[in-house]
Design a protein around this ligand. Structure first.
Ligand code: NAD
Length: 309
């Protein structure tokens, strides 16, 4: 029996509950929000679909209902307005994250914390510090979504199922993220070699253009419809499945770095092995000089938003 607690029943929280409900990810899902009518309304709406999916108990609750959860997902906080960067949310959301961390602390038990609130790398660090949990159990959703956007765009251009496009975005979930071109392969064939032999006319072979589209995807979606929630909900479900089923899947979550190219004591995304106890291992991936430089820039930027010391 798996239980997921979702704090923040807004667009992302409620869509994540829906995705988990469709996927049969957990037997109990509790939605918690500071606006009680919101969590109650979402839970009621979702639970009315219970006869169409595998058995699941979806309900609204209070912080103490985090008790017994396998995973606590935190999506509470402000979201980007059109034109706003994720880092613009840092002050408001740090306060909310500290408040939520204090409120749930007595009920965390053995749960894994999955942080989604932006700027996610800084919020994951904040939650880790505020709860005092082992770093392996505090995970940011990181660039799992950006990696999926990258694979989708490449798959479209190459005419290949994105599931067979092996590519990663690392670093900040934000404007300094890094698409790892050097490691991208399709069915085991490095991308450059694949492109040489490919007969498709590919107008967007331009790497910069693809990188920009991945990086700016959230801005484009927010401009169009006000928020992003479907793909992040699926990304979160994928992360949770890997944890709940002890899959040892490799996903680019945001994790505490310890001496990665000399970078320590901050959360950033790298390919990580995920299982029942959280982050099992960060894969020690080798970067090109250019990627290393970009990663260090990403780290320096994130570090400047963390409390000194
Ligand atoms: P939203 O405004 O729809 O929902 C946020 C919810 O949090 C609201 O219902 C609000 O009442 C609730 N809330 C605020 N403070 C709270 C508190 N102290 N306790 C409990 N609930 C509280 O926003 P959204 O679109 O769902 O986005 C939520 C967050 O997720 C934002 O920070 C957004 O930037 C982030 N996000 C992250 C990713 C990612 O890839 N990591 C993707 C999309 C959105």
């Amino acid at each position: 029996m798996s239980k997921i607690a979702i704090i923040g029943a807004g667009f992302v929280g409620s869509t994540t509950a829906y995705a988990c409900m469709l996927g049969g990810t957990a037997q109990e899902i509790v939605l918690i929000d500071k606006i009680k009518e919101k969590s109650r309304g979402e839970a009621m709406d979702l639970s009315h679909g219970a006869s169409f999916v595998r058995p699941v108990y979806i309900h609204a609750g209070e912080y103490e209902d985090c008790h017994g959860a396998d995973i606590i997902v935190i999506t509470a906080g402000a979201s980007q307005a059109p034109g706003q960067s994720r880092l613009d949310l840092v002050h408001t959301n740090r306060r909310i994250m500290e408040e939520v961390a204090a409120a749930i602390s007595p009920y965390i038990g053995e749960a894994i914390l999955l942080i989604v609130t932006n700027p996610v790398d800084i919020m994951a660090y904040t939650a880790w510090q505020a709860t005092g949990l082992p770093a392996a159990r505090v995970i940011g959703s990181g660039t799992v979504l950006d990696t999926s956007r990258f694979r989708h765009l490449l798959g479209e251009r190459c005419g290949i199922d994105p599931r067979n496009v092996h590519a990663y975005v690392i670093g900040e979930h934000g404007d300094s993220e890094i698409p790892l071109w050097s490691r991208t392969n399709i069915g085991g064939v490095p991308l450059a070699e694949f492109c040489q032999k490919c007969r498709r006319v590919c107008p967007a072979e331009n790497r910069e253009e693809i990188g920009r589209m991945v990086r700016d995807a959230a801005y484009t979606i927010i401009e169009g419809k006000g928020a992003t929630y479907y793909a992040i909900a699926l990304a979160l479900r994928r992360i949770m499945e890997s944890i709940l089923r002890d899959e040892y899947s490799v996903l680019t979550v945001s994790a505490l770095l310890e001496d990665f190219y000399g970078i320590s004591d901050l959360y950033l995304s790298l390919p990580c092995v995920l299982g029942r106890s959280g982050v099992k291992k960060i894969i020690p991936i080798t970067l090109t000089d250019e990627e290393k430089e970009q990663f260090i820039c990403s780290a320096t930027k994130i570090k400047s938003y963390l409390p000194a010391g």
